[in-house]
Design a protein around this ligand. Structure first.
Ligand SMILES: O=C(O)c1[nH]c(=O)[nH]c(=O)c1I
Length: 310
């Protein structure tokens, strides 16, 4: 079995990446990922200036996944750009960078800086942070998304990707696909970010489990797998020339296989990585190999996007 994937000019020896935000905020965390079984790594979404993020507790795990309202805590884009400048891109696994500016101007300033740096990284522009009090998710505003992508394409002259929120209506899949179709710079879309503004209740304490936003937070884990698979399949269908990165509900080789069957080129692991640590990437990779062997597939291309309908 061969797990190798080549896409948008990068080579990965397996299709597993951490989900942005998980185990990737500090150099120490990024180095642990670099030494893990991950086929590539992505940095925490960054803003123009460092941010402390929301008050704690701001993450909680549940039997079926997680809820988080981190509030974009990060060391500021210069920190991650510095890590990327020192990174051994030629010999090491690919590095992706997530950008999530607090305003159009901030996004343009950061993207111009990344363009200037001209590093062989892939940028994932986050259109879907659900946890900034008072700020809507750009990805749910189709005009604002189109404007942002048009402006970014002027200052960042290479292919980049976007991190999308989950959509729940075929009309919205179509509207966002039209926006992305109209932006030739988009080389990939990552589906999905957490399902925004869920509420987890602790029955014993009769209380919410995270402090920000009176307990509202992005939901990840088993809860989101069907929604993630639907978004992967619908955007892969609608954007044939672009790559889809599958994210949401992956905790074993089985869900990784499902995401690729639905059309994902590669996949990201979030909640499971947060809960289990980087060893889960070795486990998931090996489980995927076994599943492919059992099914008689040699490469990911043998089954990618081949989900049967009835
Ligand atoms: O609260 C966060 O930092 C956060 N949390 C998420 O679940 N998704 C995101 O894109 C972000 I930027």
């Amino acid at each position: 079995v061969d797990l190798a994937v080549a896409w948008l000019g990068i080579q990965m020896d397996n299709p597993l990446i951490n989900a942005s935000g998980v185990m990737c905020r500090t150099v120490e965390e990024l180095e642990a990922l670099r030494h893990s079984a991950a086929g590539a790594l992505i940095t925490k979404s960054c803003t123009l200036e460092p941010r402390k993020g929301n008050p704690e507790p701001r993450y909680a795990s549940t039997a079926l996944g997680s809820i988080n309202s981190m509030g974009l805590p990060n060391a500021g884009y210069r920190y991650y750009l510095d890590y990327a400048r020192r990174y051994d891109h030629e010999h090491d696994k690919p590095l992706l960078m997530s950008v999530s500016g607090m305003s159009l101007e901030d996004n343009l300033e950061m993207m111009a800086a990344f363009d200037e740096a001209a590093l062989p990284v892939l940028v994932e522009l986050n259109l879907s942070c659900p946890n900034l009090p008072g700020k809507p998710q750009i990805g749910y505003d189709f005009e604002a998304s189109a404007r942002l992508l048009a402006e970014v394409s002027k200052v960042y002259r290479r292919p980049f990707g976007v991190k999308l929120p989950p959509y729940f209506d075929p009309v919205h899949f179509g509207e966002m696909a039209d926006v992305l179709d109209g932006c030739p710079s988009i080389g990939f879309v990552t589906c999905i970010n957490s399902i925004g503004n869920g509420l987890v209740i602790d029955l014993e304490r009769e209380s919410v489990v995270i402090r920000p936003k009176d307990g509202l937070g992005g939901i990840g884990g088993d809860y989101v797998l069907p929604t993630a698979l639907a978004n992967v399949r619908e955007f892969a269908r609608r954007l044939p020339g672009r790559h889809v990165i599958g994210c949401g509900g992956i905790r074993s080789g089985r869900e990784a296989f499902m995401h690729i069957l639905a059309g994902a080129t590669v996949v990201q692991v979030g909640t499971c990585l947060y809960e289990e640590g980087p060893a889960c990437l070795t486990r998931i990779r090996d489980e995927l190999v076994c599943l492919m062997q059992d099914k008689g597939y040699r490469t990911l291309a043998d089954f990618r996007g081949c989900l049967r309908t009835l």
